[in-house]
Ligand binder design. Structure first.
Ligand code: PLP
Length: 363
């Protein structure tokens, strides 16, 4: 396989921070080695700072963002539980699929793709649901769904939030928003390759963990004994050692920069890209009040020169300029582009590079 450099401006992965790549060269230790345990504890502490939470059960699930999604539902859903889920893109749909497989009575609250979900509709959908679940940053559409108003839900209802594309890129404050369960993915705004899913559970969510979840691998009763260090560190599955080195390093970069500075950097790059695309006569897809800076959706121009279409343009960007951008999903395949500015990729130089390259390709 050729060794090519790419500027990863698709919906994820983004380019990892250089410090993260360096961390992969550390010697592999055993998962019970005291040095590794110290690094794992420090990683979990860094995650608490990034999630803005005091939650004890905060750690990276082995697996990508979808493993975090499954861990979130499979540990707390009991058959027949009413679970309200916001659906305005692919990942809200995926939540419905996962929750239904756990036996939930899924109550869908839909909004058109490209539009945010009104939080009041989620609150009004059922008088006392077991869970209200929503995707904070819908990567399929570039839309932010508001989470803060969901703090005012009935007592006893858990709030479960997908933060795969939001953590590190836009404000996420787990304790202030009274989020009970949240998961993310390393490959987006955390600037680390895919492979781990940071997860956090409030004490209320921990109290609701079922005795015997239908997944053995994602059973938090067992995993917690290893990751939290309360009692003996009991082996459950072999921790992905090098990925945890990488996440530890990525969180270090993020915390050194500061969360506020990282959010501001993503916001500035996103704004520059939005303005640059509009200045080229292109039309943005996501509702202007709820656009994500880290994931921009834009309509593929209709009046393209002969011989150019969605696929040829994306292929030329890749082959000639080394830039990856993403295509649309579902009914927007071929009609929308998804352009990521996540983690280390969220730099003004990449905005300028893409706008220049796109200008040359479109002529
Ligand atoms: N949720 C959201 C919002 C995502 O964007 C993604 C992936 O793009 C996922 C969940 C699933 O994560 P993964 O593909 O890492 O399993």
């Amino acid at each position: 396989m050729p060794h090519r450099e790419r500027t990863l401006m698709g919906p994820g992965p983004g380019n990892p921070y250089p410090e993260v790549i360096e961390a992969f060269s550390r010697p592999v230790l055993g998962h019970l080695d005291p040095d590794f345990i110290a690094l794992l504890d420090e990683t979990n502490e860094r995650l608490r700072q990034v999630w803005r939470t005091e939650n004890r059960l905060t750690f990276p699930v082995s697996g990508t963002g979808s493993a975090g999604m499954e861990a979130a539902f499979v540990n707390v859903v009991r058959p027949g539980d009413p679970v309200v889920i916001g659906v305005n893109g692919v990942f809200g749909e995926r939540m419905c699929d996962v929750a239904a497989r756990c036996g939930a009575d899924v109550i869908r609250v839909e909004a058109p793709w490209g539009q945010p979900i009104d939080p009041q509709r989620l609150l009004d959908a059922h008088p006392s649901p077991a869970i209200i679940a929503v995707v904070h940053a819908e990567t399929s559409t570039g839309v932010r769904n508001d989470v803060a108003p969901l703090a005012d839900r009935p007592d006893g209802t858990l709030l479960l939030v997908d933060c795969v594309t939001s953590l590190g890129g836009i404000p996420v404050t787990v304790d202030e928003w009274r989020v009970d369960i949240a998961y993310s993915g390393t490959q987006k705004c955390l600037g680390v390759p895919p492979g781990l899913s940071p997860l956090t559970f409030s004490d209320a969510a921990v109290d609701r963990i079922v005795e015997r979840p239908s997944s053995w691998y994602l059973d938090l009763n067992m995993i917690a004994r290893y990751v939290t260090g309360e009692g003996a560190r009991a082996y459950h599955h072999t921790a992905p050692i090098s990925m945890i080195y990488a996440l530890h390093a990525g969180l270090g970069v993020l915390l050194d920069e500061g969360l506020d500075a990282s959010w501001a950097r993503h916001a500035a790059c996103g704004m520059a890209l939005h303005q640059g695309l509009e200045a080229m006569g292109m039309e943005l897809f996501a509702a202007d009040t709820h656009r994500l800076p880290e994931l921009t959706t834009v309509w593929v121009p209709e009046d393209l020169p002969d011989g150019l279409d969605d696929a040829t343009i994306r292929r030329t960007l890749l082959d000639t300029y080394g830039i990856e951008i993403g295509g649309g999903l579902g009914e927007f395949a071929g009609r929308v582009w998804r352009i990521g500015l996540m983690g280390h990729t969220a730099r003004q130089r990449n905005v300028t590079l893409l706008l220049g390259a796109l200008g040359e390709v479109l002529g």
